[in-house]
Design a binder for this molecule. Sequence first.
Ligand code: SF4
Length: 350
Amino acid sequence: MSEKLLKVEHLYQYFPAGGFGKNKKYVQAVDDVSFYVKKGETLGLVGESGCGKTTTGRSLLRLYEPTKGRIVYDGKVLFDSGDVPMMDEDSNDILENGEPKFGKKTAVDMKPYRREMQIVFQDPYASLDPRMTVGDIVGEAIDIHHLASSKEERYQKIQRLLECVGLNSEHANRYPHEFSGGQRQRVGIARALAVDPKFIVCDEPISALDVSIQAQVVNMFEDLQAEMGLTYLFIAHDLSVVKHISNRIGVMYLGRLVELADSYELIFNSLHPYTKSLISAIPIADPKIARANKRIVLKGDVPSPLNPPSGCRFRTRCPYATEQCAAEVPKWREVSKGHFAACHNLEKVN
Ligand code: SF4
């Protein structure tokens, strides 16, 4: 599990939000995010709502065209804005006179890659067409990519996919409203699997589900991965779920990655103050241990991505912030093997 299937280098996603010329404003949803996903692994991406996890997942699939950065999938460049350094080099400010700077852009046609790179959406209610039967929803991707040579083969494929996600063949003739939330999410997963993908962005696939169903769906993701050798980017705001399914975990805050490490290392040896506060909020079943566990409560609200704080974006809520934190963006550095963090004061924090 060492080969890198996906590389995201210095990814930026800025959305225009009004104003003209120098006064033009941008929602800085994703800002200089770099990571890779190894073949067959699950990389978890966590952070509170609005931190840019979903935008990162959608941008790397080019459902949103990135503002800047480089995306390499299985050795092929899917997008390159032409002016970003390599992953382990520092990036510069991207706004020049209020406008993003661009180099010579390379953006390939994504259709051949849509088969290999799929997404399971957060909302199983909104992501399925209410006027289509489940059979047609799953079969649509088979039709678009010409994956069945006859009606019978298409029918067999749909039956197999439904069984694969724990539904039965008679469900193919029903409409999405006839299912529970958990079953609808299974339909969404069957649709993603219909094209034999290698890589799936799981965008908060269990957030809309009851807690009792969440475990079933997470287990199903793990079983499918073991069976089909899938690679996941698993996005969620609940660290307790992500640590269960992920090999490595990245933590995002206000559009930037602040820490990334192996799951075990991140949970038991976290370095960044924001990660520590997220970990302290994980519920503990044993009341004795829970009482002994010190909860870190952050003060204040998350600032607006329209006007993020200078330097470290976490500084307005960080108990360890210094003047340097306001003046300089902390460097993304490898603190120990495979453990990355961005903070000026790691020695003070730990
Ligand atoms: Fe806190 Fe400064 Fe570290 Fe940011 S760089 S997390 S503000 S100590």
